[in-house]
Design a protein around this ligand. Structure first.
Ligand SMILES: Cc1cc2nc3c(=O)[nH]c(=O)nc-3n(C[C@H](O)[C@H](O)[C@H](O)COP(=O)(O)O)c2cc1C
Length: 166
């Protein structure tokens, strides 16, 4: 059983985990989980928006380029090993769900899947995307994070629903 949760009730836990062991971006059909550590939650266009950033080298990038809907899943504390695996192995050659013994269910509002094990999951519909523009990016950030010039694409997901364990 999952219950809908309010936007303001999930900020602390989601952002703490984003900056900790990470959270999972789940994209595609069949779904592939990828650990993310960077993103934002806020209001744009009078909508609740989550942004996620994906480098073009990720398998998830190919998935994100071909879908509208995706989910973002926050796992309970004891899932550090799974988050590490999903952040170091690629869906190109590994069934990460099977490897981590994670399970998926169809989203309620989005045409996507979420992880049954999540403590919180966001159902999202892409409303905008853009690759970072090195011409306007702080050179110190380029030097530190993009020595290979593999600039992230930023995906803006309108939050259709936020759910937790009932
Ligand atoms: C804690 C952590 C946070 C990460 N955050 C991101 C991120 O925000 N964006 C990104 O493109 N890759 C990020 N990565 C790297 C991807 O998760 C990793 O390259 C993964 O293997 C890609 O999976 P895929 O090829 O199945 O898409 C992160 C990895 C870890 C361990």
């Amino acid at each position: 059983m999952r219950k809908e949760i309010g936007f303001f009730d999930v900020f602390r836990e989601t952002l703490d985990k984003l900056d900790g062991d990470g959270i999972l971006l789940v994209a595609g059909d069949p779904p592939n989980p990828m650990t993310i550590g960077w993103g934002t939650l806020g209001y744009i266009w009078h909508k609740q928006i989550i942004t996620v950033m994906v480098r073009p080298t990720r398998y998830t990038f190919n998935l994100m380029e071909n879908i509208k809907d995706f989910s973002v899943c926050v796992l309970p504390d004891q899932f550090g090993k799974e988050l590490s695996l999903c952040g170091n192995r690629s869906g190109r050659d590994t069934d990460k769900l099977a490897l981590c013994n994670l399970h998926t269910e169809k989203c309620f509002k989005a045409d996507a899947f979420f992880l049954s094990e999540s403590e919180i999951h966001f159902e999202c519909r892409m409303v905008h995307k853009h690759p970072l523009d090195p011409a306007t990016l702080d050179p110190a950030i380029i030097k530190r994070y993009y020595p290979k010039r593999d600039f992230h694409t930023v995906y803006y997901g309108e939050i259709l629903g936020i759910y937790g364990q009932g």
